[in-house]
Write a protein that binds this ligand. Structure first.
Ligand SMILES: C[S@@+](CC[C@H](N)C(=O)[O-])C[C@H]1O[C@@H](n2cnc3c(N)ncnc32)[C@H](O)[C@@H]1O
Length: 523
């Protein structure tokens, strides 16, 4: 057995942590790396390629699994950072183990040959950390490969996965560990429809919070295992509940057949159901008779493009002499709403704490029509260069603010504290930290019932089904996803609302797919 590298020590914050985020240099622990390396080895492959070698976690893992299975493996790979490869030599690997590694960008300057087995923990570099040039090259690449536009919010890891799939030989196997946004992000539906139309999704492995491979990192990782083989209707889905779980490796080595009792929760799922639910999430029990869109419409909060200029404290409004008609009461930070109600008294408390509560919201009139105080403030905005800022420059005139009707409900969609619905009794419009929830009817009776429905424990519990999960229980929910929030029979009954008389889209898709699957099994 090889000497194992000690667990990576992560800087909690500051420039060192920032450097890590920029380079995506997080190392995979041995128990996870071995389970992943076991996938191609169990499929008979003996040349293992890691496209993002780092300190060589997968090389050590492949050698350990090969020893266990009594076979020999060849190691190949790519890495952009040469200095990290030098360090890899001090982590239990020999120079000859690393001789097959090329210093290159795997996505933008890929190897020229096809690959039989790819095992990777691609750098998790979020889209907003990528340069405009890199983003545009990635976009062209993914469009050419898939024939569909992958949303610009897809991070580098998504393009790593696509490049690996493109290079995977017929019969080849790939195991990737990726953040859950790969299965839950706005682009996930398009991405997985394409993948599962062309490749066979063999397994998805998820982790309980207690068993996360990356303690202290704000991410919810998922392992995906794919073979370049005709697509199948079902896949294996596992949940790891204990860390340092070598039973995971044994399960993969057995070809997903043998599970040591009490170590993993394993099930077979339909691919179409997994994609609709989100592959990182447990299967959804189809018992919900309605979704939020049956009762309400959801919009994101207002994006100002420059909160420090447009979002003002009461004190600043007075100092600038801005008139009421150019101001809209607004709320910006989820932290500014302590509970599940926002009242006028809360706004006054925020004012006393010098928190901004007014959105400067001039309409599209010409400046000559505005009072002097507003004109003076607009001039200041121009001097600050606001008309050239990314979002603002798309507006005509630049100071014309987005508008929203006052939403009776807000949804705080991201936070360490649970994502939650908020009754807006203060008549504010929210900025982008919140979503606006508009009941389909303004009838007071309906609005009150809807509030009971939104606050129901079943409804709150279902938020994770439509949210993107991060580490530590934080969830982020997009407007369209919130409209798909499942509502239980019990919550509807207790709130006094009736379910619409129709099948949900997911139930419909599943019924169709099951029927198709039965037919194809018979024929
Ligand atoms: C998350 S680390 C994983 C390293 C190792 N395979 C592991 O699992 O511990 C990702 C590695 O990818 C490297 N990397 C970043 N961008 C890359 C690119 N475009 N091509 C190849 N490697 C890259 C980083 O330097 C980093 O070492």
């Amino acid at each position: 057995m090889m000497a194992e590298q000690a667990v990576q020590k992560l800087p909690a914050s500051g420039p060192e942590r920032e450097k890590l985020r920029q380079s995506g240099q997080f190392w995979t622990p041995a128990w996870v790396a071995q389970a992943m390396a076991a996938y191609p080895i169990a499929g008979g492959h003996r040349t293992i390629f890691d496209p993002a070698v780092g300190m060589g976690a997968f090389f050590r893992a492949a050698l350990a699994v090969a020893e266990l299975a009594n076979v020999r493996v060849r190691l190949q790979g790519a890495e952009v950072d040469k200095s990290i490869l030098d360090k890899a030599k001090t982590s239990g690997l020999k120079s000859r183990d690393l001789s097959g590694v090329e210093v290159r960008d795997f996505v933008l300057d890929p190897p020229r040959t096809k690959l039989k087995a790819i095992v990777a923990n691609p750098p998790y570099i979020r889209h907003h950390r990528l340069s405009a040039d890199v983003k545009s090259r990635l976009k062209i690449f993914s469009m050419r490969l898939t024939g569909v536009a992958i949303d610009a919010r897809a991070g580098y890891h998504i393009h790593f996965l696509l490049r690996a799939l493109q290079l995977l030989e017929q019969g080849g196997r790939l195991a990737f560990i990726v953040p859950a946004d790969t299965c839950e992000g706005v682009f996930a539906g398009t991405l997985w429809q394409w993948i599962t139309r062309h490749y066979r999704l063999d397994a998805v492995i998820t982790f309980d919070h207690m068993a996360t491979p990356f303690p202290g990192v704000d991410t919810n990782p998922v392992i995906i295992m794919i073979e370049n083989a005709p697509p199948g209707a079902e896949f294996h889905w596992a949940r790891v509940t204990q860390p340092d779980n070598l039973a995971l490796r044994a399960w993969v080595l057995s070809g997903f057949k043998t599970v040591e009792a009490g170590t993993l929760s394993v099930q077979r799922r339909l691919v179409c159901e997994g994609i609709a639910t989100g592959l990182s999430r447990p299967p959804q029990v189809m018992t919900h008779p309605a979704v939020l869109a049956d009762f309400a419409r959801v919009m994101r909060g207002i994006a100002t493009g420059a909160n420090e200029y447009f979002f003002l404290t009461a004190e600043r409004v007075t100092a600038l002499g801005l008139q009421k008609e150019f101001l809209v009461p607004a709320i910006g930070r989820t932290r500014d709403v302590a509970g599940d109600e926002l009242t006028h008294a809360d706004l006054r408390r925020l004012e006393a704490q010098q928190r901004p509560t007014f959105l400067f919201s001039p309409n599209g009139n010409l400046p000559s029509r505005f009072p002097w105080s507003v004109r003076r403030y607009l001039k200041r905005g121009e001097r600050l260069g606001l008309p050239d800022k990314p979002l603002i420059k798309t507006r005509k005139p630049w100071y014309k603010m987005e508008t929203r009707a006052i939403p009776p409900f807000l949804f705080a969609y991201l936070g360490r504290r649970n994502a939650r619905f908020i009754r807006n009794r203060a008549g504010v419009v929210p900025l982008t930290g919140f979503l606006c929830v508009y009941p389909l009817s303004d009838a007071p009776n309906f609005v009150e019932r809807l509030w009971a429905l939104l606050n129901h424990p079943d409804t709150v519990a279902n938020i994770v089904l439509v949210g993107k999960s991060y580490g530590g229980g934080a969830v982020k929910v997009e407007p369209r996803a919130l409209e798909r929030l499942p509502l239980s029979e019990r919550a509807l009954r207790e709130a006094g609302l009736a379910a619409p008389l129709r099948e949900t889209q997911l139930e419909f898709t599943l019924r169709e797919e099951r029927a198709r699957y039965k037919v194809s099994k018979r024929s």
